[in-house]
Design a protein around this ligand. Sequence first.
Ligand code: SF4
Ligand code: SF4
Length: 370
Amino acid sequence: MAKRISVIVSQGQSSNPSKRRLEEEIIAGLMFEPGFDVTVTPHLYDLKADSTGMLAFKGISGDMIVCSWMFERAAHWILDRNHIAGHVGTTLLVNEDEEDEEEEEEELEEVEKQRVIEHRDIPNRRIYCFDLKTTNRSQDYIAEAKRILAELSVDVVSLGLGGAQMDTSATQRFEKPTNSTSLARDGSGLEPTSEVNEQIEATENSGTEEGNVTRIDERAPRRWYPVIDYSRCTNCLECIDFCLFGVYGVDRIDTILVEQPDNCRKGCPACSRVCPENAIIFPQHKTPVIAGSAELGTSLKIDLSQLFGAPDKGRSAVQVAADERDQQLAIAGREIVGMQGLDKRQPNHKRNRQRDALDHLVDQLDQLDL
Ligand code: SF4
Ligand code: SF4
């Protein structure tokens, strides 16, 4: 049977005409193309777990391509949090600046730490995320989708060889997760339950169809919440201590998760500045490093965490994060806490260093409204 791949076009939050045009050109370019099933949804970040759009994602069991107005890393981990997991598919759609920086990164030494992802099995499929900000030429995305489909059609290398044959000796505590939000290493929780299956079936009849294109029409108000990149997270729990709004939680195997995303304070990225691993993403933040820019998502010998840094000159990222948290506490009518607990907890934290050239670089990044 000929290979098929699902393509999701996650629409921009605004109805910006140039964004809509690019989305529609991609959809039109793949319409009636053999091998593609296209689904159009509201912005992926805004979809709640039980939304029609997210159920449409859950109904896809094979490889998929996700086109969204976010960095690839952000899109991947939003899906993962919703139990839509897969191996990261490699796309050639990388802007040249990022490519150069990736080459530089390869020369830098990886810091060896145990990451949450090492305790998880990943379903045998690939998820390719296209960042629609990479190029404004629809033909580039269409050509890349066709290249991926062609590659998958001839690919005899099973991802299971890499993902499923992991050393499980360190994963015992993950074997029997005890609630539905656990990050199960055996893949349970990644498969839809019967209840979800019923919802998915209902979803299949809820969109409008034209050729191979299904459009999910639902209202998805804008949201703001952190997304954890588990390929970086070490489960240090700094974020749960820092956040005073009950956003984070742990499952019964004590793995960090974003439990109450909608408790997060709109526009505030404070905890991303505090995370020692740069694992917390706010996909809609204007600063690329906070929004999930790929080149800064890897472990680097140099202290890239400072890039999360302090827009106000002369103050560390942790100090700025404490100020941002205080602002939100004040708006909520609560008592401010300043640096309470932070100095004690992180006496030698790298982010308490004085500002240097990297901080000035982030000031420049802040000026780029990407
Ligand atoms: S602070 Fe960062 S690394 Fe630590 S648990 Fe939170 S997300 Fe993971
Ligand atoms: S940005 Fe603030 S409110 Fe939102 S999760 Fe982080 S610390 Fe909590």
